[in-house]
Each structure stands twice: as C-alpha cells, then as structure tokens.
Design a protein around this ligand. Structure first.
Ligand code: HEM
Length: 492
C-alpha cells in the first residue's frame, strides 16, 4: 500500500513538474486563439484522418479563429499565421532562421545533411558559400541547358496535340529534373545511366513524400515503426538508387584536380561543395547530400509552377490569349525559336501571370521556423524560445484582409506596379523572404518562364477541370488531390 501511495505521489509531482515546465506555452494559449488540442493527439490527427491532409483544414481554423492561431501537433504547440505583419516579424528576425528540429530530422533522414536542413550557426556559413552558385551570370550560362531540355519536352508535348486531355505532369517533372540535375552536378551527369533512363524522378518523388510523412507523422521517424510499415526499406531503396547516380559523378570529381572544372561551371553547386570537401570542412557524404537536396528543392517546385500556370491559363482563356499576343510580338515564329534573357525581360504579362500563379498555388504551401530565443511579435505577444511558427504561404496569399473579397480569383493585375506598391511587402512570399529565402528563386523564375514561352507560343491549352474544383493537399511541396489533364492544340 505504501509503495502504491509513493508511486501516486511521485506521479502527481511529475505531472505538476511537467505542467510547470510548460507554463509559458499555456500562457501563450491564453493570448493566442486556436482550436483545442486533444491530449497527446493534438489537433493535427483530425486533419490527417478526416480531412486527408487537405489545406482546407487550416482555412477553416484561420477563418474561425483569426489570422494567427495556436494549434497542436500532438503535445507540441504550432503557431500558424497568414498575417503579413507577423510573417515579417518571423522572416526578418535573426532568432527565426532555424527550421524546427523535427522538420530537419525528417529532411535529413530522407535526403542527407544539406543546406535545406542546416541550423544556425552552420547554416549561415553554408548559405554564404553556396550563394555564388545562383549568381546572375551563372544562371545565364544555364540557358543552353534550358534550351536543350525544353526542346526535348516540346518533342513529347507535340505528340499530345489533338489527343484530347492528357496527363502532362510526369513530363514536366522529367523536364525539370533533367535541368536541376545538370545545373547542380554539371554536364558529367548526362553520361550517367540512371539519369539517361529517367528512372530517378520517381525515387526523388518518393523521398519527398517520405519527408512529408515524417513531418506529419513523427512516429514514422521511429526505426521500429518505420520498419514495420516497410517505409524503411522503400526509403532505403530510393535513397540507394539516387546515391549511385551521385557517386558516379562525385567520385570522378574527387579524383580530379579543381583546375579541371572549366568556367563557368566552376561555381555550380557540386563544385562549391567539392571546395568545402577539399578543405576538409565537409565529408564525401555531405557533398552528395548537398547535391541531392538542391535537386530535390529545385525540380519539383519549378515543374509544378509551370504546370499550375498552364492549368490556370486553361481556365482563363482571356489571359491566355493576352499572353499569346505578347509572345507573338517577341517571337514571331513558332517551333523551337531562340530565347534570350533580354527577350524574356520584355514579357511583362507572362511575368505577372507566373507571379499570380505562385500566389494562388504556391509550390511550397507552408514553411516552419523555430524560435532560437524568446521573440516579441509586433502585436506584443511574446513567443517563447523553442516554439515552432508555420508561415502559411497559401493562406497569406489568399488572406481577404490583404487581397480583398476576391482573393481567390485569378487576376494577374495584382502584380501591376501600382497594386504591388499598395500591399504589405510580406503579403506575397512564394520564395519566403529575409536571409533564409529561397536560394533558387531567380533560377526558378528563369527556367519556368523559358519553358512557358515555348509552350504557350506553340499550343493553346484547355481543360474541362474547373479551377474552383481543385483540392489542395498539405505536403512539403504543393500537391493536388487530383491533377487535371490538359488538352493541347497547335497555334500558328
Ligand atoms: C517556383 C519554384 C520554387 C519555389 C516556389 C521555392 C520556394 C522556396 C521556399 C518557400 C523556401 C523556404 C523554405 C523554408 O524556409 O523552409 C525555399 C528554400 C530553398 N529553395 Fe526554393 N523554391 C523554388 C525553386 C527552387 C530552385 C529551382 C532551387 C534550386 C535550384 C531551390 C532551392 C532551395 C534551397 C536550397 C532552399 C533552402 C535555402 C536555405 O535554407 O538557405 N528552390 N524555396
């Protein structure tokens, strides 16, 4: 009896200590509205089970409780915001460079230890080191790759003309993957058999899915559970196929002197990583991880952006015709006409259309940062150290308080200079903002615009699928419950 009593007292003391150690979180709960979290399960399980990870789950909460809310991922508090002022507080705070450790674990367990998952203070040095890989001159030198790969894509799209509605997404992913692999790893990658047979896109897609699963269901990160569900084996298979391709290229680099890297390739990602390796700052495995993560971060997002743009224009033929007119003026001939950077700079309407696409369907719907120390928000609320804040790009871009009652409507005029000037600078954040923004944003805009020039000059795109019927699904990169098929007709 005495033992039981002692155990009960110890349990009660432990419980009081637990609640006391979390007192700042409960105080935060009083200052921030949001749904009640179930003990242990929090408020996210409902989303996974009943909503099947649909983004409308957060729409419901944000509309009900306000633009900045406190939700619970299991027992862990998770602030979500669509308020540009709070977004600015977070993106511009030096105490919010870090991702949550949970997300970092999810990324590194699937793709290795690279820039995307690095934390301060290592992240800042690594980022500085890789910035030259995205300098304007180097991006311009990628044009011949954009050109060749877009020609390959056009050859396939040609076979879809007048064939009714077709699933174009796999080809978009292949196109983007081939570009990302070459601009990250150099021309050597073209000789790799895994690259040539195009089988790696599926491996990368699967790794991105695994990372998402690890983020949404942290239990899957547990080795035993992962083994029981066979996730471990699937992840290991995909990982090893990608590693073979990376090994083939990185191994050759290790055996060559740095002088053999010809200009302008000298500053591409693999060569920047090799520089760190030769200095002894990173391991051979890290070189491969940096390349793997750069490809993963770059190809899916750009492919989706091109596809979403085509879909939205198919739903808004009047805007598609306006883009077509602009393209005819810049490129009078059809086919694989030459595209230069000055040509692309003239395409204001197309630029606005891409920006509007990234507003309505951002390739990354949400990102999360963890506070390194206490952070005071501009609304006066103090966020304790170690709390994770989700910057919800999707909902920031559709926040009716910023974009008006027609926030969900497709309107490229949102990006006319006079309209941009009136908006909060953090109301539009498809590439995040601040020091830890997307390193590849200019690259992504260039490669996407390049492909869209050729596609929209050569084909009229249509679909029976309505924009209002799209169902958005939470993922590391934006996913749709169903990918509408597109119909291509030749233009002259
Ligand atoms: C339309 C295409 C793209 C979109 C919408 C996009 C969006 C983003 C966003 C929102 C972030 C911040 C993520 C966070 O804070 O958690 C990010 C980070 C990043 N992006 Fe992109 N991205 C795109 C294309 C690319 C491309 C083409 C590359 C590389 C070739 C790339 C490489 C990266 C990397 C490495 C990071 C991590 C940067 C760091 O942590 O310092 N992205 N991207």
């Amino acid at each position: 009896m005495l033992t039981i009593n002692l155990l009960l007292v110890a349990g009660a003391l432990f419980w009081i200590y637990f609640l006391w150690s979390r007192r700042r979180l409960y105080l935060l709960m009083l200052r921030m509205p949001g749904p009640i979290g179930l003990p242990i399960l929090g408020s996210s399980l409902e989303n996974i089970i009943t909503y099947k990870r649909k983004l409308s789950f957060r729409t419901k909460y944000l509309n009900k409780y306000g633009s900045t809310i406190l939700t619970w991922m299991g027992p862990v508090p998770f602030i979500v915001t669509r308020d540009p002022k709070i977004v600015e507080d977070i993106f511009s705070s030096p105490d919010c460079h870090n991702k949550s450790q949970h997300i970092v674990n999810a990324i590194t367990s699937c793709m290795g230890n690279g820039l995307l998952g690095k934390q301060d203070p290592d992240w800042i040095d690594r980022r500085r080191h890789f910035n030259p890989a995205f300098k304007h001159d180097l991006l311009l030198s990628f044009f011949h790759i954009f050109d060749t790969e877009t020609k390959i894509l056009m050859n396939v799209l040609d076979t879809y003309v007048n064939q009714g509605e077709t699933d174009v997404v796999p080809e978009m992913l292949k196109w983007s993957f081939r570009i990302a692999a070459q601009t990250t790893m150099g021309s050597e990658v073209k000789h790799d058999e895994h690259f040539k047979n195009g089988s790696l896109v599926e491996c990368f897609e699967s790794l991105i899915c695994h990372s998402t699963l690890n983020i949404l269901m942290p239990l899957v990160q547990n080795k035993i559970i992962s083994k029981l569900c066979s996730y471990d084996k699937l992840r290991a298979d995909n990982f090893s196929r990608i590693q073979k391709m990376l090994d083939n290229v990185v191994n050759k680099k290790v055996n060559l002197s740095p002088e053999s890297d010809s200009d302008p390739e000298i500053n591409i990602v693999i060569n920047r990583a090799m520089e760190l390796y030769r200095k002894g700052d990173i391991s051979y495995m890290d070189v491969k991880s940096e390349c793997c993560i750069m490809i993963a971060a770059g190809y899916d997002t750009s492919a989706l952006t091109v596809y979403h743009t085509l879909f939205l224009l198919a739903n808004h033929p009047e805007h598609q015709d306006a883009v077509f007119e602009e393209l005819c003026a810049a490129f009078p001939e059809t086919g694989n006409f030459e595209i230069t950077y000055p040509d692309m700079q003239k395409l204001d309407y197309l630029e606005r259309v891409i920006k509007e696409t990234l507003r309505l369907i951002p390739a990354i719907p949400i990102t999360a940062r963890e506070t390194k120390s206490d952070v005071r928000l501009s609304n006066g609320v103090l966020i304790p150290k170690g709390v994770v804040i989700g910057i919800d790009m999707f909902h920031t871009h559709r926040n009716p308080e910023v974009w008006g009652p027609d926030a969900d409507k497709f309107s490229p005029d949102n990006f006319l200079a006079e309209n941009v000037e009136l908006r909060h600078p953090y109301a539009y954040i498809p590439f995040a903002k601040g020091k830890r923004n997307c390193i590849g944003s200019k690259y992504a805009m260039m490669s996407s615009k390049f492909a869209l020039c050729r596609i929209l000059r050569n084909y009229r795109i249509s679909t029976r699928f309505l924009y209002k019927d799209l169902v958005y699904v939470d993922n590391m990169t934006m996913k749709l419950a169903e990918y509408p098929r597109l119909k291509l007709q030749r233009r002259t």
